[in-house]
Design a protein around this ligand. Structure first.
Ligand code: ADP
Ligand code: MG
Length: 597
């Protein structure tokens, strides 16, 4: 076929397709226009998943009668005047394409009234044909846009729409994102006449609870960090709550705009790596604010991606901010270290219903002398991703004073340390707690460069292994050296162990080396980076070296472990993200025994 220039109508239909992919894209573009117009209240009503009808109305500044038709023209915008201004975009829109694109692929009616003007006016468009006559409209101050029969003129696109419920789910997600980022603006969302979201203007924490539910808000840790011109705020899920199952809420906003950014997702994942089992996905909602000229928003048709001038700095700051929040979860830090925003979100949780603390843990089993069964049930649930019932086992009750983990009283069924604090009763999962303490210790030694981390053995110990395992150990020689291991191959399938990490000095050196070889063997594709391989090995070694369940500890050992936990970052959960301890206050116990009265 010879080369031809597409006719205008077809070309603009194709261009429109890049911005308007489905009803949710229409909702996003229209609501963003409302935000740009300074609205304090945005109402969104859709029918049949948005395919039949979408109405977005706002109380923003409105459009002058004389500009109504112009607003629908391609490249018509009030937001961008010059090329220089393109470098500092503070508005959502700037290309002047959205309304024109929507008008290409649907029936559109735009009614608006500026504050102070006597009456409202409207224009209509129908598959690109803008009716220039401006007619009077019954319209309060603000703008109402009605879209009907999306893609009626583009059968190819219409075919790709999904079921009504699916399209509506996308619409709801778009509204959720906008509402999370703009807590001061009131939002309502209706579908087929039913109200599905009603969020009044409020604080970020109130908005979080309104959009995501109070239960969700209750298990989030606040993030609040400032580094130079960059602020990172928001919430990350407690590792003890993160499930492996359903898709978690993960939202990243840059200057109020929802964006998808692989590198930043990675940074967040990195911060969780120490505290969350591989494969588990935590929820997070983070807001980055940075100077307008430090980020380019003009790189994606739907503006779902941005480019940072200093990507590395942004990445590092986000990682550190999340990491700092997560490391606030050790016993001594539970009150003081928590940012103010979290207190606010707790308040809103408390106001909306009883604290989830009260349900869940099976007291009857505990009373009947079956702690292990009760615990295992909860643990099995946790790994199955049933987060809600884990509420009772939440490691850090918000009301507890920073009194630490108390005095060890003894061991329960060799699995738990029982301790008495000034608040009540504390149970510590011995293995999980020991694992966490060891891991953090090994990691600190590793981070400090491994100097002095090695303990020389008086007599080298021989470890017999699979020749391939020996190969793997020697390949990782530098890494193991830094951890404190010194190994020599003495036969194809044997090494002499000359030194081990100080922290693991009490263990059988040959067994330890075998376990390290195992860990190396299991390290996967994404562990090619030295730091991530080291993490993997450290976590594995800590897990295996931790007190085996079944072994009885002395009181002094228990005390030692409790004191170490108090000063160990992130000790509220083990390396697999499960809680390491739980506290039952005297009041809770009292309530339990008096329950029948
Ligand atoms: P852009 O947002 O990129 O400027 P749009 O096609 O989305 O382009 O909108 C075109 C213009 O119409 C905007 O620049 C703005 O002046 C006006 N406009 C659109 N929606 C509204 C609204 N809800 N309130 C006030 N003005 C609006
Ligand atoms: Mg716009």
């Amino acid at each position: 076929m010879s080369i031809r220039i597409l006719d205008q109508a077809l070309a603009s239909q194709i261009a429109a397709g890049e911005i308007i992919e489905r009803p949710a894209s229409v909702v996003k573009e229209l609501a963003e226009n409302s935000l740009d117009a300074g609205a304090s209240c945005i109402d969104i009503a859709v029918e049949a998943g948005g395919v039949r009808k979408i109405v977005v109305s706002d109380d923003g500044e409105g459009i002058a009668r004389g500009e109504l038709a112009l607003a629908l023209a391609p490249h018509a915008t009030s937001k961008l005047a010059s090329a220089e201004a393109l470098e500092r975009i503070g508005s959502f829109g700037f290309r002047g394409e959205a309304l024109a694109s929507i008008a290409q692929v649907a029936r559109l009616r735009l009614a608006s009234r500026q504050a102070g003007s006597e009456a409202g006016w409207l224009v209509e468009a129908d598959a690109a044909r803008v009716d220039e006559t401006v007619r009077p409209a019954a319209q309060p101050a603000g703008t109402t846009i009605t879209i009907e029969e999306l893609f009626f003129s583009v059968p190819a696109r219409r075919k790709f729409l999904r079921r009504e419920a699916t399209e509506f789910a996308h619409v709801a997600e778009a509204v959720r994102r906008l509402a999370l980022a703009h807590p001061a603006v009131a939002f309502t969302l209706r579908h087929n006449g039913r109200t599905l979201l009603k969020a009044a203007s409020g604080t970020p924490a109130e908005r979080l609870a309104a959009v995501m539910g109070a239960d969700f808000a209750g298990v989030m840790l606040a993030v609040d960090a400032l580094r130079g011109p960059l602020t990172v705020r928001g919430w990350v899920e407690r590792p003890t709550q993160a499930g492996g199952g359903r898709k978690p809420a993960q939202h990243l906003f840059v200057n109020g705009r929802w964006v998808h950014d692989r590198a930043l997702r990675h940074a967040i994942g990195d911060a969780y790596r120490d505290v969350l089992f591989h494969g588990r996905q935590p929820a997070w909602i983070l807001f980055l604010e940075l100077p307008l000229d430090a980020v380019d928003v003009n790189v994606h048709p739907a503006k779902h991606e941005v480019r940072f001038r200093d990507q590395r700095a942004v990445y590092a700051t986000v990682r550190e901010a999340v990491s700092a929040s997560l490391s606030g979860t050790h016993p001594m830090a539970r009150d003081g270290a928590r940012p103010a925003a979290d207190t606010a979100d707790r308040r809103s949780t408390a106001a909306s219903g009883p604290e989830p603390e009260a349900r869940g843990f099976d007291w009857t089993k505990l009373a009947a002398g079956e702690p292990a069964a009760g615990y295992r049930a909860a643990e099995a649930e946790a790994s199955a991703g049933a987060a809600p019932r884990m509420g009772a086992l939440r490691a850090a009750p918000p009301t507890a004073p920073p009194s630490g983990l108390g005095r060890a009283l003894g061991q329960l069924g060799s699995l738990f340390i029982v301790a008495e604090s000034d608040k009540g009763l504390i149970l510590v999962d011995t293995h999980a707690a020991h694992e966490r303490v060891l891991y953090e210790g090994l990691k600190r030694a590793w981070d400090e460069g491994g100097r002095g981390a090695a303990q020389r053995l008086l007599v080298p110990v021989e470890a017999t292994l699979d020749p391939l395992a020996v190969d793997a150990l020697l390949d990782a020689e530098a890494l193991l050296g830094k951890l404190g291991f010194e190994l020599d191959r003495i036969a194809p399938g044997a090494v002499a162990v000359r030194s081990v990490p100080v922290l693991l000095a009490g263990l059988d050196p040959a067994g330890l080396v075998g376990e390290v070889a195992d860990a190396l063997g299991k390290a996967g594709e994404d562990d090619r980076l030295v730091s991530s391989l080291a993490d993997r090995v450290l976590a594995d070694v800590a897990c295996r070296a931790a007190v085996r369940s079944g072994r009885r500890l002395t009181l002094a050992e228990m005390e030692g472990l409790l004191r170490r936990m108090e000063t160990t970052p992130r000790s509220d959960q083990c390396n697999h993200g499960r809680p390491t301890w739980v506290e039952f206050s005297l009041e809770e116990l009292d309530k339990f025994f008096r329950r029948g009265q």
